[in-house]
Design a protein. Structure first.
Length: 136
């Protein structure tokens, strides 16, 4: 029998931009085998995360306890949204989760890599809906 999946949209407010919070969310979701994405919003970050309900509970519990030391979570709102399926987790650089930009197919700029010292070839950091540039 297929595992029951649930999808949640979490809106996290506080000091969660510019402190490594999105890469932290990516690492935690990936470690737990969850799919979805994380992106900035006007007051913090929006996370859409999908997987088994028990694992989503663990993810939500670990957000404040495992967050980067410079982060401060003031509030987390949780909303259940329709399951979309898919695999893997993405960091959306250009704003809200699900944002689609009108760029040329295959275009990607990795500002996170430039600012935070991440490998610019890292597969987690991409413009949603577009492929990676040929770095290899």
């Amino acid at each position: 029998m297929a595992e029951d999946r649930t999808r949640h949209r979490l809106v996290v407010s506080g000091v969660v931009q510019g402190v490594g919070f999105r890469p932290f969310v990516y690492a935690l979701a990936s470690k737990l085998g969850l799919s979805g994405s994380v992106g900035n919003n006007s007051s913090g970050v929006t996370i859409e995360v999908e997987g088994p309900a028990a694992v989503l509970t663990e993810f939500r519990q670990r957000l404040p306890t495992d967050a980067p030391s410079l982060a401060r979570i003031d509030a987390v709102s949780v909303e259940t949204v329709p399951v979309v399926g898919g695999t893997g987790f993405e960091i959306n650089l250009w704003g809200l989760v699900g944002f689609k930009a009108g760029w040329v197919e295959g275009f990607e700029v990795n500002l996170l890599g430039l600012v935070a010292g991440f490998d610019i070839r890292h597969p987690a950091v991409k413009l949603p809906g577009y492929g990676r540039l040929g770095f290899d």
